[in-house]
Ligand binder design. Structure first.
Ligand code: PEP
Ligand code: CO
Length: 458
């Protein structure tokens, strides 16, 4: 261990090379905004964070399943009640389907209430003959095509934090008010579910959960109280380290520091260098954390990440989100499973079947094919099983709305239809029907009896 590693503090990441950080031209305005952010109350609490960690520990043992999903990038303008309610509804519906298929509790984690910063492959782009800084998410700059829009604005740190708080406030109020009550799935029906090709299967499944509930309640002679209330947790890519640091605190009666902007921050693939600033920041916080792994994550690099981020093998602490693409997973994943096995540590394995399957249509739209996403997931289940591991969660970019960003699915959305309602500023999301169908396909896969090994076990 080098000297720089010996003392962690919320700002020790500043001694390490930090990728993907914007250049703020007005340093004083930045310092004022960060100081103000540091004085605001937290978005989440340490006891919620610890409760999630305990549930993730269950998932890493195979006793629960993680469902993580939401927009690629949230936008400040989309902080509206229909958009937030639609996100909760699709996550709830998918989770009910998954509970049914997996026969396990499902942990619901949104990519929301802070998913406002995006890594970009280039710092500048050419637009209408002008060279402009790239758009890095609403936490940092604006997507318009002027230099003023693209200049990093420290006030956005505060605006995004406030929108994250508004989002979370509405989610908590809905959940507390019984919106997510399993006794009343009609509360979270999305209007046009009736017209979906999956309506019949979904209603059959929800009906059967209702029956089991009533049966349990008859046996227990009382309502199953925990089922009146379902928790949602928040997550975002912890990309802009000044934002995370400003809300990193000690809390009374618990050791360590917590990142209180979110329950479950993750490190993106582009910032996962073990010797970089992001890994340094993440190693010191007590939250459960995730890190994306994929092309470029060598077994040696992963071993180093496990040393740094998961030194104590604390249950629920580390989730590895693999994202190789349908064509890369067969070669890419097994060496990583092996590296974790050699470390002797337990992690939660989660598959992100989105980010390795992005392609560009001839007309220049970024899209993903439903069949590639599904193929990567199915391969993930099989590869884990064949290697004595198990897949404990899934990570999607999705929305509860009827957008046209990914192709395929039961309605066979074609490239030519993408223009109809393509809204994402960054990556293409599964729409409501595609997301629900994906949950059904996973549920079917997980309720099938395990495959018999093809050759005799040693
Ligand atoms: C993302 O999750 O939006 C993302 C940028 O993913 P990755 O870091 O895996 O590329
Ligand atoms: Co994305």
């Amino acid at each position: 261990m080098n000297a720089a590693r010996s003392a962690w503090s919320p700002e020790s990441w500043r001694r390490f090379p930090a990728q993907q950080q914007p250049d703020y031209p007005d340093g004083e305005a930045l310092a004022r905004a960060v100081a103000e952010l540091g004085r605001l109350p937290p978005l989440v609490t340490s006891w919620e964070i610890e409760a999630l960690k305990a549930q993730l520990a269950e998932a890493s043992r195979g006793a629960a399943f993680l469902l993580q999903g939401g927009d690629c990038a949230e936008s400040l303008a989309d902080c509206t009640s229909p958009a937030i309610a639609a996100k909760l509804k699709i996550l709830l519906q998918m989770s009910v389907v998954l509970v049914y298929g997996t026969r396990r509790p499902v942990i619901r984690v949104g990519r929301f209430a802070g998913q406002y910063a995006k890594p970009r492959s280039a710092d500048f782009e050419e637009l209408d003959g002008k060279r402009l800084p790239t758009y890095r998410g609403d936490l940092i700059n604006r997507s318009g095509a002027t230099l003023a829009d693209r200049t990093a604005d420290p006030q956005l740190l505060l605006r995004a934090y406030e929108r994250a708080a508004l989002t979370l406030n509405f989610i908590r109020a809905l959940v507390d008010g019984g919106f997510a009550d399993l006794h009343h799935p009609e509360y979270w029906d999305l209007g046009w579910v009736e017209h979906s090709p999956h309506a019949a299967e979904y209603h059959r499944l929800v009906g059967s959960i209702g029956q089991s509930l009533r049966f349990m309640e008859t046996l227990a002679k009382q309502p199953v109280a925990e089922l009146n209330r379902i928790d949602f947790y928040t997550s975002h890519e912890g990309l802009l380290l000044l934002y995370e640091e400003a809300q990193t605190r000690r809390v009374p009666r618990r050791p360590g520091y917590y990142d209180l902007t979110t329950h479950f921050p993750w490190i993106g693939l582009r910032t996962s260098d073990p010797e970089g600033a992001h890994v340094e920041y993440f190693r010191g916080i007590s939250n459960p954390i995730a890190i994306k792994v994929g092309p470029g994550t060598t077994p040696d690099r992963l071993a180093r990440l496990l040393d740094l981020l998961h030194p104590l093998d604390e249950p629920g602490r580390l989730t590895l989100v693999h994202r190789f693409g349908a064509h890369g997973i067969a070669a890419g994943l097994p060496p990583l499973l092996d590296a974790v096995r050699r470390s002797g540590k337990r992690v939660l394995w989660c598959c992100d079947p989105m980010h390795g399957n992005t392609e560009t249509t001839p007309s220049g739209r970024k899209t993903r094919r439903f069949d590639d996403i599904l193929a990567e997931l199915e391969a993930a289940f099989e590869i884990h099983e064949a290697n004595g591991s198990h897949l404990g969660g899934v990570h999607f970019e999705l929305t509860g709305e009827n957008v046209t960003e990914c192709t395929g699915g039961a309605r066979g959305l074609a490239n030519a239809e993408l223009e109809r309602d393509y809204r994402s500023q960054v990556d293409p999301r599964l729409n409501y029907e595609q997301a629900l169908e994906m949950a059904m396909r996973i549920a079917r896969r997980m309720s099938a009896p395990p495959r018999q090994p093809t050759s005799a076990a040693p």
